[in-house]
Design a protein around this ligand. Structure first.
Ligand SMILES: Cc1cc2nc3c(=O)[nH]c(=O)nc-3n(C[C@H](O)[C@H](O)[C@H](O)COP(=O)(O)O)c2cc1C
Length: 505
């Protein structure tokens, strides 16, 4: 019997996991690992390697049958076999995987599997064959833009950091990911933690830093567990520490769980929190590349941004530019949720249309007709035009923003008013209280939306709400308060009749 591996995908179901472990106990050359949900999986899925046959919606009761049949010669258990085979044709087949290439395929807790699949080669190449300036040039040439929301050119940010004077420089991987509907960074951390670490190391080398931090959302316990192990394993293999791989480059990485709060993902609030203070934003300028952690030059990059870097260094800027669009090269990991048949993560070239994402990747609408999508998370905008190109410029042209790439799809049966109410509540809860427009504005908007939801409002309330949101955009201290305007404005543009139908004159 050849060596066989069962990879649990989808929801981390302890029942299926422990049953699998029990079923294979004592069998030679068989193992079970926890992989991850990477899109298009409903319920618990199971992939069996080396064939890669995938079962969907596996209940605990069917685990013994699947194990037995597969051990008897790769026979599929038809009622659960969904017709797809991993990893070469991970559904939908149009996905282009760069940052997710190993997610669900290798054991994320094994540094050996990462190395065997080409991991840490980019670090070796950067340290041995490239100067820090070469690395920055390559990243600049790739056109990579920050995946944390703002889309700032990554290479340029690295250059600013490298050129800033300071006693020491820092790199921070922003893994705080608290945008509602966004779960791409967590999947990278849980599914391929060494890729993030390799990206941080290359960034550290490029900007001349000696200390890195991964600031991770505290609730992401599996990510924390795996990152901790990955950092320890990388230290043992001399990828982190003094004189890395005998190249003279020394760099340490510390994992810091966030105390919680959406605002702690904002880069300057994050830095305050790292310094042990209350997480509230600082005035900008100075920007972190000039004065960041302990007032030293600091590079803050999103997890997905950094996870792109090893591939860019290995395969080159031109290769990277062969995906995506001229101004937004590469791929984007979209978190798709809401009323589509398939929900989850889809990595696709930048610039696919909303129509492609909803119908080709998401499998179309589960129930009803397409009405609109909230693109860019809670701080994003509702977009009704299915021909919108999903890249930084395309979404902006339609009055929205790509943000973190979360796409909440709403059918004509969805409750758009309920969605906007929960967005309002989210901002009210997460407002850090530092500035009045945001602290008070989010409260008023939530009060109005509660009345709209309960059918206890006037049409004038809608105009007041829009006016307050607009003033928050103009006067709030940081983008948290400033961004409330976009979902409110676009919701009223698209769903005004629904809102008005609940209001009196
Ligand atoms: C309220 C708020 C929350 C944010 N949360 C995150 C986050 O969780 N992760 C992230 O990478 N960026 C977040 N950002 C953006 C960061 O401030 C920063 O722009 C980003 O980490 C820079 O990385 P990038 O250039 O790689 O995108 C947030 C911004 C705001 C205003």
């Amino acid at each position: 019997m050849s060596s066989r591996r069962y990879v649990l995908l989808g929801v981390a179901d302890d029942g299926v996991f422990s049953r699998l472990k029990a079923e294979i106990e004592g069998l030679p050359n068989v193992e079970v690992i926890r992989g991850l949900s990477i899109g298009d999986f409903d319920g618990v899925s199971l992939a069996v390697f080396p064939t890669g046959v995938r079962y969907s919606g596996v209940p605990v009761s069917e685990v013994p049958t699947i194990v037995k049949k597969h051990l008897e010669g790769d026979k599929t258990v038809d009622q659960r076999f969904d017709g797809s085979v991993l990893p070469s044709t991970i559904l939908p087949s149009r996905q282009k995987r760069i940052v997710l290439e190993r997610v669900g395929v290798i054991d994320p807790e094994s540094i050996d599997e990462y190395i065997e699949s080409g991991g840490y080669e980019a670090l070796k190449k950067a340290l041995n064959e490239m100067s820090p300036a070469d690395v920055i040039e390559e990243v600049k040439a790739s056109g990579l833009r920050g995946r944390g929301g703002a889309g700032f050119p990554t290479g340029l940010k690295w250059e600013f950091t490298a050129k800033s004077e300071g006693k020491m420089r820092f790199v921070i991987a922003n893994a705080d990911e608290s945008e509602p509907g966004t779960f791409k960074d967590r999947v990278i951390e849980e599914g391929d933690p060494h890729r993030l670490i390799e990206g941080v190391l290359i960034a550290g080398y490029a900007v001349g830093a000696s200390q890195g931090y991964i600031f991770v959302r505290g609730e992401h316990s599996l990510a924390i567990e795996r990152l901790k192990k990955a950092i320890a394993d990388a230290k043992e293999r001399s990828f982190i520490g003094e004189n890395i791989l005998d190249t003279g480059f020394s760099f340490d990485i510390r994992l810091v769980p966030s105390a919680g709060g959406y605002i702690c993902g904002e880069e300057t609030a994050l830095i305050e929190a790292l310094e042990g203070k209350r997480g509230q934003p600082r005035p900008k300028p100075p920007y972190p590349p000039q004065k960041g952690l302990w007032n030293q030059p600091t590079l803050v990059n999103n997890v997905e941004t950094l996870a792109n870097v090893p591939s860019i260094i290995m395969k080159g800027a031109n290769w990277y530019r062969s995906f995506g669009t001229e101004s937004s090269p590469g791929t984007k990991v979209y978190s798709v949720l809401g009323n589509t048949v398939h929900t989850g993560l889809f990595e696709a070239p930048m610039g696919i249309t909303l129509r492609e994402l909803v119908f080709d990747y998401g499998g179309g609408l589960k129930d009803g007709e397409f009405r609109a999508a909230l693109v860019g998370g809670a701080a994003g905008g509702f977009i009704a035009d299915l021909d919108t190109k999903l890249d930084f410029e395309g979404v902006k042209e339609k009055g929205g923003m790509l943000g973190s790439g979360a796409v909440l799809v709403l059918s004509d049966k969805a409750d758009a008013i309920g969605v906007l109410l929960s967005i309002a509540r989210f901002f009210k809860r997460e407002s850090c209280g530092k500035c009045v427009p945001c602290r008070v504005g989010t409260q008023i908007i939530t009060d109005i939306m509660t009345r709209v939801y309960n059918g206890n409002c006037t049409r004038k309330d809608l105009d007041v709400m829009l006016d307050i949101a607009y003033n928050m955009k103009l006067t709030s201290f940081c983008p948290l308060g400033q961004s409330v305007h976009l979902p409110v404005k676009t919701a009223l543009e698209i769903f005004r009749a629904d809102f008005e139908s609940r209001c009196g004159d």
